[in-house]
Write a protein that binds this ligand. Sequence first.
Ligand code: DHB
Ligand code: MG
Length: 221
Amino acid sequence: MERSWEDVDAYLEDLLVREDAALAAARESASRTTMPHAAVSPAQGRFLALLAQAAGARRVLELGTLAGYSTIWLARAVGPGGHVTTLEVEERNAAVARENLERAGVAGWADVVVGPAAASAQRLVDDGVAPFDLVFVDADKPGNPRYLRLALELTRPGSLIVVDNVVRAGAVADAASDDPRVVGSRQVLADIAADDRLEATALQTVGGKGWDGFALVRRVR
Ligand code: DHB
Ligand code: MG
């Protein structure tokens, strides 16, 4: 019997990761954004939430909101005593996300900031905001090296940084790739490896979103 990655995600998500109506609506609303297929899967959303809870995260920063699907998972994980700041370049996506955050009941502690992620993150640095406990980097992939540098200005020892989509169907292992998304992913992984403040791994994932993966980074000092 031939089974696909999609079949297994459907099985696991049906068993373990039941979405409520607000999460399902947020996932479906992705078709109204500029990138209909980029949201994390339900299983990945639950994973981010479990990670945030295991880390005791209260302040979360997300780069790349899209429809706010992962934002809802993260905001529910930190609860109303926490806060999520999520950065989105497209006003149209931000409007969809705000609707979704409202419907999910988390808008009171999840803010969508519109503008290029690097500029918005730099403004947080300039404003001297309190450090974030977890940063989810999921915006444009060529920007990843810059986003890591900004994340390091916005975190503290012990904070976690997750960088999405670093495997890119295996292309990350191709040193000769001139795809700027692959170059950005390879550079951010090299920067992580070279930084003695950071401990990291990266895990490949398969499922409804195909073959990809994420880096998980812990800032130790
Ligand atoms: C793409 C971006 C994402 O953040 C993702 O999770 C999947 C795909 C993309 O750029 O195509
Ligand atoms: Mg992503």
